[in-house]
Design a binder for this molecule. Structure first.
Ligand SMILES: Nc1ncnc2c1ncn2[C@@H]1O[C@H](COP(=O)(O)OP(=O)(O)OP(=O)(O)O)[C@@H](O)[C@H]1O
Length: 210
């Protein structure tokens, strides 16, 4: 079953098309790894799929409230503790259990610490734990392992496998090997818009605020 389906998609950044003619489906329990050199449009694609900016052409089909996006910013509230951050996000997404998320990313010992006092890797662990309390099936992940040590990469990979095992799916931009041999790879190089033509945008859309 397809949780996310994309047909003939074109996306743009800075008013220029970056990717065009992209079609793929993301099935239940599957991970798809996004590859491509710097600037090939991985972030732009993920932002478009997450609804942070409009696509300039093509169709995106996905169930309502299916997507959880983890971009370069961790979405963490610095004044709140680790526990309070997870409780906040759980309440936003209508869930209450945060214990599995604390355990998954080894955050128990840091549970009472304000997020502003976490190291970069600890913040990233909290940002990734946030995905679990969304309860959403489709995870869009932009370089999720940045700042993580190898043990934390292992925790993240286990969390991801568990998500896939429960029928979720993930689209992941990453330059490292996550140890998911079953994951398919989507190389964006072949969808590069060439030449990079200007993109028409809805008059109401201002990228400065996206
Ligand atoms: N805020 C911005 N304004 C204008 N152009 C941008 C902006 N951010 C990125 N771009 C351009 O859009 C294109 C796609 O960038 P994008 O960040 O999607 O690539 P990426 O594949 O995620 O790269 P990386 O591997 O370096 O993270 C690049 O040419 C980049 O220079």
């Amino acid at each position: 079953m397809s949780l996310l389906s994309v047909r003939d998609l074109a996306v743009a950044r800075g008013g220029l098309r970056v990717i065009e003619g992209l079609s793929f489906s993301l099935e239940k329990s599957r991970a798809l790894i996004l590859r491509g050199p710097n600037g090939s449009g991985k972030t732009t694609l993920l932002r478009s799929l997450a609804g942070l900016q409009p696509a300039v052409d093509g169709q995106i089909e996905c169930g309502a409230d299916a997507i959880a996006y983890a971009g370069h910013a961790d979405g963490i509230k610095p004044a709140l503790t680790v526990t309070e951050n997870l409780r906040f996000w759980a309440s936003v997404f209508g869930h209450s259990a945060i214990d599995p998320a604390l355990d998954a990313m080894n955050l128990r010992e840091l549970a009472a610490r304000p997020a502003h006092a976490l190291s970069a890797g600890q913040k990233r662990r909290l940002g990734l734990a946030r995905l679990m309390v969304t309860g959403r099936p489709v995870w869009l992940l932009d370089e999720p392992t940045v700042s993580l040590d190898s043990a934390s990469v292992g925790l993240f990979a286990a969390m991801l496998r568990s998500h896939l095992g429960q029928g979720g799916a993930a689209l992941i931009a990453t330059h490292i090997d996550l140890g998911l041999p079953e994951a398919a790879v989507l190389d964006l190089s072949q969808y590069r818009a060439s030449p990079r033509t200007p993109a028409s945008r809805p008059a109401s859309f201002n990228e400065a605020f996206a």
